[in-house]
Design a protein around this ligand. Structure first.
Ligand code: DP6
Length: 360
């Protein structure tokens, strides 16, 4: 693995001041990443739909300072200063410092906001960290004008991964693979790559309605969940299965076999949660309403001959996935039968999207 390519080798043309704003989305995995080794190397390849509406907008203002021993930064979230967000970001800066040495030469003021409710269980680390990484890469591009655009996006994904694994899949879209896999040319454990094949039209503008079942803090963080895969009795089989599922998913995405898509996506979601149920210590992130919703989705699919299916993140919320041509009937079903099972009847309508966008 060529990590050296991400080190800064050119001389830097420092500027006194700069400011960049990026909008980066969340993503939802179809084949899940669960289990990693240091430094943020996934145990298996994963693939996700990039989302469109669930995103973070982040501005970083950079002010040149004398080279400092420690990274100097402040964080504001939705207008208020957030000391409690600093440790995670400080850890991120620590992990990327050898690849972005210029962070010691700027005072950074970070302003962030999410398009989705805070602590709704939506992967805010994926959108949040990919937004910070994108702003840093805009600065790097200004300091090294010769950098090319492909490298900038690749390094933005590489840096995002060091913040949160799944964040490296949020830079491009509509489908991104992360993790070295024999059938995905150019794939790497170090960064995400756009799914390289033509996608069947049934998967264009794929719909994802996120049902907010539980908005509280999770009892077990993803980081702890990943760690529990270390001496998990089923870990090796799971990693192998995920890589095989990625091969199957690649074929399905190209040939439009939606029945196999449904089967694979739901099996991946339940397998992820099965890993949690069989960890030691074991834990359950699904809530009673998660199961109630799953059963209602299955019933609707059978009765209406629909192609609706579900997937789950590391939490209780349910992502309802369906093709664009079923939008009207499925949205009605969600409003009439599923919304009452959500916290305050809240759900978010999203669709596959194209990744990070620079706003200024
Ligand atoms: C269940 O990317 O949140 O959503 O690398 O520790 O930050 P860290 O974990 P994170 O894990 C996401 C796990 C998942 C599956 C997935 O997105 O592939």
């Amino acid at each position: 693995m060529d990590i050296d390519q991400f080190l800064v080798k050119s001389s830097l043309q420092f500027v006194d001041k700069a400011s960049f704003t990026w909008q980066t989305p969340s993503n939802i995995a179809l084949v899940k990443y669960w289990g990693k080794s240091e430094p943020q190397i996934p145990k298996n390849a994963s693939i996700s739909f990039t989302l469109n509406n669930c995103h973070t907008i982040t501005t970083i203002e950079f002010q040149k300072i004398e080279k400092s021993e420690e990274v100097q930064f402040e964080v504001f979230f939705e207008g208020s200063k957030k000391e409690e967000f600093k440790p995670k970001i400080a850890k991120f800066f620590q992990r990327i410092q050898e690849y972005c040495p210029y962070i010691f030469e700027y005072q950074m003021t970070i302003h962030s906001q999410n398009s989705f409710p805070h602590s709704s269980g939506i992967a805010s680390s994926a959108s949040g960290l990919s937004a910070i990484a994108s702003c840093l890469m805009s600065l790097e591009q200004q300091l090294i004008p010769a950098l090319n655009a492909d490298f900038v996006i690749k390094k933005a994904s590489f840096l995002s991964r060091l913040g949160s694994g799944s964040a490296c899949r949020s830079l491009e879209g509509p489908l991104v693979v992360w993790g070295n896999h024999p059938i995905i040319e150019g794939s790497s454990d170090l960064f995400g790559v756009k799914f390289p094949h033509k996608i069947h039209p049934i998967f264009s503008n794929y719909q994802d309605v996120i049902l907010l079942v539980d908005k509280g803090e999770k009892q077990v963080s993803s980081t702890v969940g990943h760690e529990l895969m270390f001496d998990h009795p089923f870990a090796e089989n799971r990693f192998q299965q995920a890589n095989e599922n990625l091969t199957k998913m690649s074929t399905i995405l190209q040939n439009g076999d939606i029945t196999s898509f449904i089967n694979l996506v739901e099996s991946e979601a339940l397998t992820l949660h099965a890993m949690m149920l069989t960890s030691n210590p074991y834990f359950i992130l699904m809530k009673p309403n998660t199961l109630e919703i799953i059963h209602k989705i299955w019933k609707f699919r059978q009765e209406k001959n629909s192609n609706i299916c579900f997937t789950l993140d590391a939490g209780a919320n349910v992502h309802v996935l369906f093709p664009e041509n079923e939008k009207e009937t499925v949205l009605q079903f969600i409003e009439n039968e599923l919304s009452s099972l959500c916290y305050k009847k809240e759900y978010i309508c999203d669709v596959s999207g194209f990744g990070a966008k620079q706003r200024s």
